[in-house]
Write a protein that binds this ligand. Structure first.
Ligand SMILES: Nc1nonc1C(=O)NCC1CCCCC1
Length: 246
């Protein structure tokens, strides 16, 4: 997969992706990252990339043409079809389902805004979809782009080793992850749940599923309500409720 990033700080994403799974995905040639700085496409002595907002108000707005020229250069760098994504709080929420969809593409073009944002005419003309990583405002789209790169990289075939890919990630099946424990068995902070020491893989799987269900029900009722529970899931929850009542 090729990922092009339009940013005033093009090295930002490369640095974020230089470690761990994303670094390995790049090393293994599973993903390539290319940064494009709109300032390199800005005209005039001052190479302006922003200007004051029409209608007044604080801050600056990123100009159309430097961004448009950088987008055009990035698209022309590879013949394959590309999806252009603008990261902003105004976008659709990024979900694991969306990450899976993006991970299956040959190319992504991530547009990172700064200041108060970018001229709306550029979004309308050049952006395929706007995505948000959460309901808060960052100082720029680069961290959000790094999140997309990380989430997509780990889904590239060969990015995760066997142990990692065995991990049942949160949200992969729409439920939160179960708790995890490692040595020592006993610690001043508490002991490891006995079922995990039982060697009974069926019991362990049921306990982990029950924990995922309960955590999701307690912490993210919005997610929990999205899913019709299987018969076995309902039984696990009933058992948990009965245990709580004891
Ligand atoms: N939240 C977010 N999800 O994706 N991006 C986000 C963000 O907060 N981005 C910063 C803003 C800052 C002004 C310009 C446009 C981007």
């Amino acid at each position: 997969m090729r990922v092009d990033v339009i940013s005033l700080f093009p090295d930002f994403i490369a640095q974020c992706a230089a470690f761990g799974v994303t670094g390995r995905a790049v090393e293994r040639g599973l993903m390539s990252l290319h940064g494009w700085n709109p300032r390199d496409h800005a005209q005039g002595n001052y190479r302006r990339v922003d200007d004051r907002p029409f209608g007044g108000g604080p801050g600056m707005v990123m100009l159309i043409d430097p961004l448009r020229s950088a987008l055009s250069a990035a698209r022309a760098a590879d013949p394959r079809p590309v999806r252009t994504i603008y990261l902003s709080p105004q976008g659709a929420p990024l979900t694991q389902a969306k990450v899976h969809e993006l991970a299956g593409r040959e190319r992504l073009l991530l547009l990172c805004g700064r200041y108060e944002g970018i001229d709306e005419r550029l979004i309308a003309a050049e952006v395929d979809e706007e995505l948000s990583i959460g309901d808060y405002v960052l100082s720029g789209g680069e961290l959000a782009a790094a999140v997309v790169v990380d989430a997509v990289a780990r889904l590239q075939e060969g990015a995760l080793n066997d142990a990692e890919s065995a991990v049942q990630d949160s949200f992969e099946d729409g439920f939160l992850d179960c708790p995890h424990y490692t040595r020592p068995v006993s610690h001043e902070l508490g002991s490891v749940p006995e079922v995990l020491m039982s060697g009974n893989h069926g019991d362990i799987a049921r306990w982990r599923r029950q924990q995922s269900l309960v955590r999701t029900m307690q912490r993210r009722p919005d997610l929990f309500d999205e899913h019709a529970l299987s018969k076995s899931d309902r039984k696990l929850l009933e058992q948990w409720r009965a245990d709580q009542a004891e």
